[in-house]
Design a protein around this ligand. Structure first.
Ligand SMILES: C[S@@+](CC[C@H](N)C(=O)[O-])C[C@H]1O[C@@H](n2cnc3c(N)ncnc32)[C@H](O)[C@@H]1O
Length: 280
């Protein structure tokens, strides 16, 4: 590996068998942007540029970590979400594209007035930071994980928004305050679904952010909805990201609690992924 043009062949050769060609190309472009600050077109234009020794070592190290299935976002220590830049380190869930769709729904619904927003299980703060960047109002995020809260704080500073954070275990604490919008993307992967998951998620991302017991898959949704009935303002809205298998069960649960105008929305992959419900 001597020139910029050699890096892609190095990635393709070393990572073949571990990832698809599309995944390798995408990880190559992320790496090249991170290490050399090159866009895709810079990479083509600079294909004959000689690589210095320390840069070669950086690319070799990235490939070694990818071979261990470490997510590229953790290797780069950053990711993009809803057009914004976020720190992304082990111990905190990597923001997902499905969640961008949820954020987009909330933003389009709430552009017209100032509101009070609460994000439960804020993680990296990708949801609440994106809302704060695009909407008027006041913004709060809570999480039980000290790792998440540390990273959330750094992401709030990185994106220059006002978001207040608090350490709260939603399963045992009562919410206070009055909110116009409550949003949550809580843990929703069943323990029994572990066997279908890729190693880059299973071995690297935090269990606390992902899994719920098979015996009570809606635990977070039920508890959050119950608490929301006490702290949502009239016409307040509850938004959830959900496990694709539990759309109807989530609707039934919200209906029983007295929420109205309940909507289920599919993600770009045609999976039931988001729910919205209004508190009258
Ligand atoms: C699926 S992740 C979502 C993270 C982020 N909101 C996102 O969309 O990328 C779920 C989050 O809920 C948090 N969490 C898990 N159990 C919790 C609890 N009992 N109380 C509060 N937060 C909890 C996890 O630490 C994690 O950050």
């Amino acid at each position: 590996m001597n020139k910029v043009s050699d890096i892609l062949s190095f990635f393709l050769k070393e990572l073949k068998g571990c990832y698809t060609e599309n995944e390798i190309r995408s990880m190559f472009y992320i790496s090249i942007e991170h290490i050399l600050n090159y866009s895709k077109s810079d990479t083509i234009i600079s294909s004959n540029v000689e690589l210095k020794e320390d840069l070669k070592i950086s690319f070799i190290e990235i490939v070694e970590r990818l071979l261990k299935r470490e997510p590229i976002q953790y290797i780069m220590m950053e990711t993009t979400f809803y057009g914004l830049s976020f720190f992304s380190r082990r111990g905190v869930l990597i923001p997902r594209s499905e969640t961008e769709e949820l954020v987009d729904w909330i933003i389009k619904d709430n552009e017209s007035s100032e509101k009070r927003y609460l994000d439960i299980g804020t993680g990296s703060a990708c949801i609440i930071v994106s809302l704060a960047k695009n909407l008027q109002g006041s913004f709060y995020g809570i999480d039980v994980s000290p790792n998440a809260l540390r990273e959330a704080k750094q992401n709030i500073i990185r994106n220059n928004v006002d978001v207040i954070l608090d350490k709260v275990d939603i399963l045992i604490s009562d919410l206070s305050g009055n909110w116009d919008i409550i949003v949550s993307n809580p843990p929703y992967v069943l323990e029994s679904e572990k066997k279908y998951m890729k190693k880059n998620v299973l071995n690297w991302e935090p269990e606390i952010a992902l899994f719920v017991e098979d015996s009570d898959p809606l635990i977070f949704y039920r508890i959050i909805a119950e608490q929301a009935t006490k702290v949502l303002n009239k016409n307040g809205i509850l938004y959830f990201e959900i496990n694709e298998s539990f759309g109807q069960k989530t609707i039934d649960m919200l209906d029983k609690k007295g929420f109205v105008n309940i909507e289920l929305k599919k993600d770009i992959n045609d999976k039931d992924r988001m729910v919205k419900a209004i508190w009258k």
